[in-house]
Design a protein around this ligand. Structure first.
Ligand code: ZN
Length: 100
């Protein structure tokens, strides 16, 4: 279980100094089945292409072990300039919580 405080004092790339920032999860919705990406995937599933789609999710990557964790999509917002930004390396965790 990874807990992240909602308010943090972090470096802001815009202000070029440490400021008070709030964190939220940027994407919280499921993908639409009508998007171009989803339609392309469905076309590949219907027609067949090599070994795609992988039946075992562990086969995709991560050395054969079944990935139980996923990368989170965090977004920080600076209180002083109002700009929001995303960190280059997002945290990976199976269980994730933003503390109030
Ligand atoms: Zn700022």
């Amino acid at each position: 279980m990874v807990k992240i405080p909602k308010e943090q004092r972090r470096y802001c790339p815009k202000c070029d100094q440490h400021t008070d920032q709030t964190v939220k999860e940027a994407t919280n919705r499921s993908t639409s089945p009508w998007s171009k990406k989803a339609r392309k995937r469905q076309r590949k599933i219907d027609n067949g292409y090599g070994s795609f789609p992988y039946e075992n999710p562990a086969h995709q990557s991560r050395g054969g072990s079944n990935p139980t964790s996923s990368k989170k999509d965090l977004q920080f917002k600076c209180r002083e300039c109002g700009k929001s930004w995303k960190p280059r390396k997002q945290p990976r965790a199976a269980k994730f919580e933003i503390e109030r």
